[in-house]
Design a protein around this ligand. Sequence first.
Ligand code: ATP
Length: 293
Amino acid sequence: MNNITMPAYAKLNLCLDVLNRRPDGYHTVRMLMQSLKMHDTLYLSRTEDSGITVIPYAPENDPSIPWDERNLAYQAANLFFQTYPVKGGVQIAIDKQIPAAAGLAGGSSDAAATLKGLNALFNTNCSLEELQQLGLKLGADVPYCLLLGTALAEGIGEQLTPLPKAPHFYCTLIKPSTGISTKYIYEHLELSPDTSHPDTEAALAAVTAQDRQMLAASLGNILEAPALTLCPEIKKIKADLISLGASGVLMTGSGPTVFGLFETKEASFHAAEYFCAHNYPTTSFVTEFYDPS
Ligand code: ATP
């Protein structure tokens, strides 16, 4: 096999809690993760000569992303070739559909898809666990992006417990134009005995019980408070999504993307159209939960 096409799925955090700061600068987290159908597509071609090339699949693909050795797909390929001394190299063309720096793990997912794709192209037969150990060197979300589905992520995000698939929802994603730095958000996160934390237990119980309403009511993200200081429009977007019929609303990751969970595709599209029609400085997307099984 010389070519392989790999989807790289976006994720949402249905719950994101930070338990403490570690002396090494990492944070101990507890996150309920959910894959989305929205995905990038990576076209990997094995080359005879060694070396890695990462290119946009189409000229209109996101110009804000670095298409050189800083690209996470490049870094994943580099790590793979350093770890497994196989013959040849790879060219990776990425059709970028996941908005970058949005809290949707677009970069981590491209890294995960690259590792999976190279494992198949070069017949290295690595297990999921081996790929996850390698992926963790690239980012805390990469092991989850290799697993996919509904899962609890603990530790720095790498300790994963697969869960039964969450009750299905359509999702309207609203990305404000304000960029948010993940570093800033974590630095401005207040962690004191008075800080209120998301009810992750309730969200986990809702997944186990397959209780849609309870799941929608248990969404929570401790990073919303510091994100609101930089991007106050998050509050208005959430309120509008609720009045448009969303069962639950939340910011994903370190933001700034806000999602609304809808029971029907029509309601989800209607909400996205509302944001376009009312001239918000936002970008809207409609997608739905993805179950890899
Ligand atoms: P997370 O949810 O894991 O925190 P994110 O969705 O907030 O991630 P990404 O889309 O992964 O953010 O992008 C983070 C940064 O990584 C961007 O500023 C971008 O320049 C860089 N980057 C490197 N490679 C990629 C890639 N293949 N796709 C997207 N961004 C990339």
